[in-house]
Structures are given as C-alpha cells and as structure tokens.
Design a protein around this ligand. Structure first.
Ligand SMILES: Nc1ncnc2c1ncn2[C@@H]1O[C@H](COP(=O)(O)OP(=O)(O)OP(=O)(O)O)[C@@H](O)[C@H]1O
Length: 863
C-alpha cells in the first residue's frame, strides 16, 4: 500500500489500475468508481487499522474494461510490474506505463472507425486564441489561430474528445465555448512560446517549423506544444507517426459557424435519432474514407478549380461503372491503414494486424494499376502517388505466418524459413513425439523389454519406465530416478540430452518470436510515411467513389461552378427529407434563383408545415454539397462560388437545443450581419418570431432591409409567416416575394409544396391546428377571434404602418432641425467613412455623439 500510495499521489486525478500478479486492482474511491462503471464487485479489506475498498479484474480483460472506463470519461493510469517477480525477493518494482484519457486513446474498443478522435488544446492569447488538434490514432496534427468565433467553429468541426486548457482560463473557456466539452486543465507554464517551439522542434527533429508553414502561428504553436507535452505526460512517447503539423487553411474553406453546422444537421442531429446529411450521403467503404468525408463536409472548398476537379472525377467514375466497381471492390479489402500504421509507431500492433496491413497494401496494387491507366487526370495523379510498398510487403510476407494470431504469446507467428534458430527450436519442440517414438523402438529392440514406456513429469522430467518383471534386463548405463510400486523409472544419457534441448525450447520459441516480431515492427517504422500517404489517397478515392455511388443511386446532377455571384437551382430536392418520405409520396422539387442584381432577397411566406424550411435548407445543402465536390439533388444547378453560409432559425425552432430565448436569436443574427460578404448565402428562418408579433415584424423588416441595403448584397432567403413583410418588395427593388403554395379546400388546406412567385395572404395557423387534431371548440373560437382582430386592425394595417414609418423616418430625422449643435453633428456623421471604421471606433464615435447630445439636453433643462 505504501508503494500504491506513492504512485497514486503522482496521478491524483486519474483512476489507478494497479497490477498485482494476474490482476489489475483498484483501491479506495477508485475501487468504488470502478465497480460502479464496470458493474463488478467491490469488496473490503482490512488494511492495518483501516478498511479499504478493493475492486479488480484479470489482466487479460484490460481490453474489455479499459474502454468502458474511458468512455465513462475517466482518465486511467495503468500501473504495471516493471520486473519479473521471480527475479526479486523484495516488492516488485511498479510504474505507470500509460495514462489513457478520452482524447488519447489507441484501442479499437474506444475509437469509432469512421470518426477521428481528436485531442485539442487551446491557448488564450492576448488578442486571439491558438488551437491545436491531434488524433494520436491516425497521426494527424493540425493547428490554427483566430478569434473566438473561429475557434468555436473549429471545435464544432472537429468535435474533440478532450480539450486541454490552461488552469487560469478555466472560467473563460466555459464562458466562451460552453460546457459541452470534456476538459482537462494543464499547468499554465506549459502554454509558453519557447517551450512550445522547443517541444515541437525536438519532436520533428527540426531547427524551425518553417517547413510546415506554421512558423508564424505563434498562438497555434503554443497550443500544439501543450498537446505534445500532454502526450509525454501521459507516457505516450512513441510518436513517430506524427510526421507533420499542418495549418488549417481557413481561407480555403467555406465559412459556416456553429449555428449553421447545427441547423443544417450535417453530422450532428438536433433531435435524438434524427438522420443527418452524412448518414444519407456516406457511401464510403474504408474507415479513413469515412473520416475524410466528414472533414470534407465540415470544410467545403472555395477554390473553383479544386471543386471542379472533384466533379470531374465523379463524372468519370459514373461514366465508367466498371472502373468504379473495381476500385470499390479493392477498397473493401483495405483495413484502417492509417490506424494500423499508427499502431506500428506506438508499438501496439498485433501480428494479425500486421498481416491485415499487408493485405491492405496488396489491395492497393490493382487500384494503382487501374488508376495509372485511367483517362481522368486526377485519378492518374492518385495512381502515380500510391506507393506499391513492395519491400515492406515482401518483408511482412516472409516474416509472418499468413494466419498469425492476435496475441504473440499464442505462438506460431513468425513464418517458417525466416529464422534458422527458430526453425531448429520448432523442430525439437514439435517433432519431439517422433523422436521419442524412435528412441522407444530402438531401446525396446536392444533391451528386449516389450513394455517400455517413455514419459515425463514436473518433478523428475523425462524417464523410461520399466515394469518390475523386466527389471533385470535394464542396461547398467541407465540411471534409476524413481521407484514405483510396480515399476522403476530411469534416465538415459540420450534422454538427458534430449530433455535439456526440449526443456525451454517452447519458452525459447516464444521469446524468439517476440524478439523477431518487435524487430520487424521497428523496421516497419521506416514505412510510416508512404503508408500514411497511401491511406490519404485511398481515403480521397473512397470519398469520390462514394459521391459517384450516391449520384447514381439518387439521381443527382453535376453542378456547374461559376465565377459569378448567381445561384440557380432547377428542380432541387432536400437530400435528407426526400429519403424519409412515406412510401408512395414523392418529393416536390423546387427552383430557386438568387443573384445580386434583381433577386437578392427572396421573402418566402406560407403556412406552417408548408415546406419553407425545407426550401431554405435544401438550397444551402445543394451549395455545400457542390462545393465539397459532390453531385447534387437537382435537375441542374449553376452555382456562383459561395464563401460563407449563414443560417439562423427563429427562437422557437431552437427549443430542443435549450436555447429558446429571443436574446440568443438576436445575438446569432447580429453576428451574421457583421460578417457578410458579397459571396455569402444567408438563410433566415422565421427570424423575429421569438417575440411579440409587432416586435417580430419590425425586427424581421429591419434585418431584411439591412441585408438589402448592405453593399455586399448577400444572397438571402427569408422564410416567414409574417405576410406583412410582403410589402417590402414595393420599397426595396431586389426583394422578391414567393410563397409555398397551398390549395385551400372548404375548411382545410392541401400543401402543394411548390415555390411560386407572389406573397401569401394569411398564415393558415388555424388550419394547421385543425390538422393537428385540436378540439372543434378551440378552432371555432380561434376563428372568431381572428376575424375580430382582423377587423380591428384594418384601420391601421401593420404593414401600412411600417411602410409609412420607413418613409417618415427619412423626412423626420433630427438632422432637419436647425440647432447649430445638431448641424455640427450632422456634418460629422456625414463625413464618417463607414468603410474604414472599425467597430470600436464606431462605438467611440457613438459615445461622443451621445455625450454631445446629453450635454445639450442638460443645458436645455438648466435653461
Ligand atoms: N418539397 C417537399 N416535398 C415533399 N414533402 C415536403 C417538401 N417540403 C417539406 N415537406 C414535408 O413537410 C414537412 C414540413 O416542412 P417544413 O418544416 O419545411 O415546413 P415549414 O413551412 O418550414 O413549417 P414551419 O413554419 O412550421 O417551420 C417536412 O418535414 C417534410 O416532411
């Protein structure tokens, strides 16, 4: 317990698995926790004067139990026996050999094959944040830096399993990024520039980080240094598979903030069990393909050439189904190359996994040949860059048995003919029976004793047994070892020699097999880079095949990527909803055209449930899918490259996220208004409905007006059931009204789901209430109240009011008053150059204006 306490003191926040003989034991609070999580028995032991809780499991069950502990969010320190108990008389030496945490996991039981498992570190710089992501199971290491919004978006994109934060920024982190992350607080000193550069250069054995193109990312590097330090702290020192650190090239990807990623349900669903876009489009076969597809979805491209290249490959694969089929057939044979080679680096690979790696590399050969012959340039390049890894394959082939076991201790792992010594030992161990049979035959003949027996036991080893009746025929050279009631047991010179050879042969075989295997694994380390490169290329090919497969299955079309700012979608569909419609119902397609000249803002009205949100989302999804390189669910699509996609959903649609307040809605919308560009696509769904009708209409109106008047003229779809907003098109020339048509029956509505020009008259809320089965009495009463309200508001129709107020505002501005101070202010305001003004300067200016006005107000009161 003294030894245990000393080790436990070094890992106070981890659950300590303490190896005792064949068991891993836990004590005290750890035992209570372990027993609860693993559902195993917790016992009590008297430990001197105290009682201690104790819970443990056999060491060979570590792979079963460890993942459960880690998945429950525990940090688990594995404390092993560091010397052979047989070799020591005192207490065996023990030490922590690995600290497994949610972000640093290598075991297949903890990892999900189609998801990365990122560990993240965040450095809180003076002005900006540095961030770093590392998947130790694949070796991918990324860094970036930027403002909180950017970091927030990246956290959303990469969904790290664990985030490292300096202790002093504990509160700041939850304040800015929320409480959804599994965090670990590191000592503040770890987040220092010099330390980080030193750690990274030492790891990569470089003098500077220039070669990786990250040298200038000071904050990002600090975060990256903290990650590497954490790995060392958790006893992960074999990291040769982390061969590079890459910058997340923000400028290459379409910007989507966390709300947009969530709203569009790309790979997180807002409701439990809801289907995401990824679920629908993922036809990848390999784990690394699956992981890359998710990345492509989170980071669609902005570079037209790159996007077009992907489309070309997809088109080529569609036109050449036999090539597609053959590539996919071979990808099926490829295991998780990326994780297998990482296991080689960390020394955790099993013999069977090395065989799998070999099979995977073999399956790459036909892909390479096929790609090299291809008429598509991009596929050819992939073929060119795929490594055949011949030396590696040959070496594995000649070293290992084809059916090598998972556990090296099971034996029969190294192939025949690879090591003479091993072959010799095996001959002795396995041909032993024949040898003994021969010996027996010979001895029977020479002695004439017919009932001779050769056997062995633990105490006396090998012996020849002679029944008492033949005792007198025993040659003098035999030495008696043991006397039984009816027989005597002897040892001969030959048997003694044989025994010396065979005893330990099996042990020697195991030892030699282990030695040869670890030598092979170390040798394989030289092939980490080519294998990683193959994994990357196969992942790309897998994604492109997945696009082709999906396009074929769902009848998608090739989008045209244009340099202009227009968006035209013909007969577009929502890729997820169309897959979920009840049998017999077909998706109603819709056309959407947006540009910056004539139809910049589309105001979509229509009753609840008519399909407004579906149109908004399908537009965003089509753009996004196109820019990730996929074909799209439409008859035709011309897409002027989009650089940012914003979506906002009115408060009540967000209730499931626990963020139903109007304030959140306004905050989110404000952040769009501050970030729009001329290539942005903005989707606003029922913005303003989180407050009273008049408030809501006013806010929705003001936001639409702002977007229309903004020099960027961002393409906007605004879904609303405030039909009052239809009046805007009279005043603002690029705002156009559309509605999702419905057919009014006698006292019901039929949803046609077709987007048609023109506004809609009323909201049909009561019809929908009826469809939902609201009692007749309530519906009747609601209809009556509606009629009354409509009558009483006729005199001052809200939209009329709004239009009037917009006009009045222009005339009634206080600049018309001829107060000299106000005149002065007017001049000042007119001369402000909005384009060069920073938000802070604007606030200061506003403050100045306010001060002048307050001063004037006071002067007036005094007077
Ligand atoms: N084009 C379409 N073809 C077939 N079904 C559709 C179509 N559009 C929408 N739907 C179906 O109608 C349902 C409601 O659509 P949606 O959520 O877009 O309506 P909405 O007008 O935004 O409603 P609300 O105002 O209540 O949010 C969808 O879940 C889908 O099942």
């Amino acid at each position: 317990m003294k030894q245990y306490n000393a080790i436990k003191a070094k890992y106070p926040d981890a659950l300590l698995l303490f190896r005792v003989g064949d068991f891993y034991e836990t004590f005290g609070e750890d035992a209570v926790k372990t027993a609860r999580i693993l559902n195993i028995i917790c016992t009590n032991r008297n430990n001197g004067s105290e009682r201690t809780e104790l819970a443990g499991f056999p060491h060979h069950s570590l792979n079963t139990y460890l993942p459960k502990l880690v998945k429950a969010g525990e940090r688990v320190a594995i404390c092993d026996q560091l010397e052979d108990p047989k070799m020591t008389k005192s207490i065996v030496k023990r030490g922590v050999t690995e600290l497994v945490t949610p972000g640093v996991a290598l075991s297949d039981e903890v990892l999900q094959s189609k998801s990365n498992n990122f560990l993240c570190a965040i450095h809180f710089g003076k002005k900006i944040f540095g961030v770093s992501f590392l998947d130790v199971s694949t070796g991918e290491f990324l860094t970036a830096q930027g403002n909180s919004e950017y970091i927030d978006k990246l956290l959303q994109n990469f969904s790290p399993s664990e985030v490292l934060i300096p202790k002093k920024n504990k509160k700041d982190f939850t304040h800015i990024f929320g409480e959804d992350f599994h965090t670990f607080y590191q000592e503040d000193w770890v987040f220092k520039q010099d330390f980080a550069y030193e750690t990274l250069n030492e790891h990569f054995q470089t003098k500077s980080l220039k070669g990786f193109g990250v040298e200038h990312l000071e904050e990002g590097i600090i975060a990256s240094g903290a990650i590497l330090h954490y790995l060392a702290e958790t006893q992960h020192r074999k990291l040769q598979h982390i061969t590079a650190i890459n910058r997340i090239a923000e400028e290459e990807y379409v910007w989507m903030d966390r709300f947009t990623i969530r709203n569009l349900e790309l790979y997180h669903s807002n409701a439990a069990n809801a289907v995401t876009l990824l679920d629908v489009i993922d036809k990848t076969i390999s784990p690394m393909g699956g992981r890359l597809l998710k990345r492509w979805l989170a980071l669609p491209l902005k570079n037209a050439e790159k996007v077009k290249k992907r489309h070309e490959v997809v088109g080529f694969l569609l036109e050449n189904p036999s090539v597609l089929a053959e590539i996919q057939q071979n990808i099926k044979k490829i295991s998780d190359l990326e994780r297998l080679i990482s296991k080689v680096a960390t020394g955790k690979v099993t013999p069977r996994e090395v065989i799998q790696l070999n099979h995977s590399l073999e399956a790459i050969i036909p892909i390479k040949e096929l790609a090299l012959k291809s008429e598509n340039e991009a596929i050819k390049v992939i073929g060119d860059n795929l490594h055949s890894c011949e030396v590696l394959r040959n070496k594995i082939g000649e070293s290992l048995h084809e059916d090598a076991p998972v556990n090296i201790l099971k034996g029969n792992c190294i192939a025949e003919g690879f090591s003479e010594e091993l072959d010799e030992l095996r001959k002795i161990a396995f041909s032993g029976k024949d040898y003994l049979d021969n010996m027996l035959k010979r001895e029977t003949e020479t002695t004439g004793i017919s009932s001779l027996k050769i056997g062995s036991n633990n105490v006396y080893g090998y012996y020849i047994e002679v029944r008492n009746t033949h005792k007198d025929k025993v040659p003098d050279s035999w030495i008696r070892k043991q006397t039984l009631v009816n027989a005597e047991r002897y040892i001969t010179e030959e048997l003694k020699e044989y025994e010396a050879k065979i005893l330990g042969a099996e042990e020697k075989i195991l030892h030699l097999e282990q030695q040869l295997f670890s030598k092979l694994v170390i040798w394989m380390n030289d092939y980490i880079q080519p294998v990683q490169q193959n994994a990357q290329l196969i992942a790309q090919l897998d994604c492109l095949c997945s696009f082709a497969e999906q396009a074929k299955a769902e009848n998608y079309c090739k989008p045209e990527i244009e340099e202009n700012h227009d968006l035209h979608i013909e007969e577009g569909r929502h890729p997820v909803i169309e897959k979920q419609l009840p049998i017999g119902e077909s998706y109603v397609t819709n056309n959407v055209t947006l540009d910056r000249e004539n139809q910049q803002v589309i105001m979509i009205t229509g009753p609840n449930m008519s399909g407004k949100s579906a149109i908004l989302r399908q537009t965003a999804l089509i753009v996004l899918m196109a820019q990730m390189g996929s074909f799209v669910p439409a008859k035709a699509a011309n897409i002027g490259l989009v650089d940012k996609i914003f979506t906002r959903v009115g408060a009540s649609d967000n209730i499931s996220m626990g963020e139903s307040t109007f304030m959140v809605e306004m905050n989110e919308t404000a952040s769009i208004l501050n970030n729009i560009s001329d290539r942005s696509l903005v989707l606003l769904d029922e913005i303003g409905r989180g407050t009273s009708t008049y408030d809501g209409i006013s806010i929705a109106w003001a936001i639409s007006e702002y977007l229309h008047e903004h020099p960027a003229k961002p393409k906007t779809l605004f879904a609303t059931h405030y039909h009052e907003l239809n009046e805007m098109c009279d005043t603002f020339e690029r705002i156009k009204n559309f509605n999702v048509s419905v057919k009014e029956l006698k006292d019901n509505v039929l949803f046609l789901r077709k987007l048609v020009p023109g506004g809609s008259e009323h909201s049909f809320g009561i019809h929908v209430a009826k469809m939902a089965g609201m009692p007749q009495q309530v519906l009747h009463r609601a209809n009556k109240i509606l009629k009354k309200l409509e009558k009483s508001h006729k005199m001052e129709d809200s939209s009329e009011l709004l239009k009037k107020s917009a006009e009045e505002e222009m005339q009634l501005s206080f600049f018309n008053l001829d107060d000299p101070i106000l005149q002065e202010l007017k001049e000042e305001v007119l001369h402000i150059d909005i384009d060069t003004l920073t938000p802070v300067e604007a606030l200061m200016k506003l403050n100045e204006i306010k001060r002048t006005l307050v001063g004037k107000e006071k002067a007036k009161t005094k007077a």
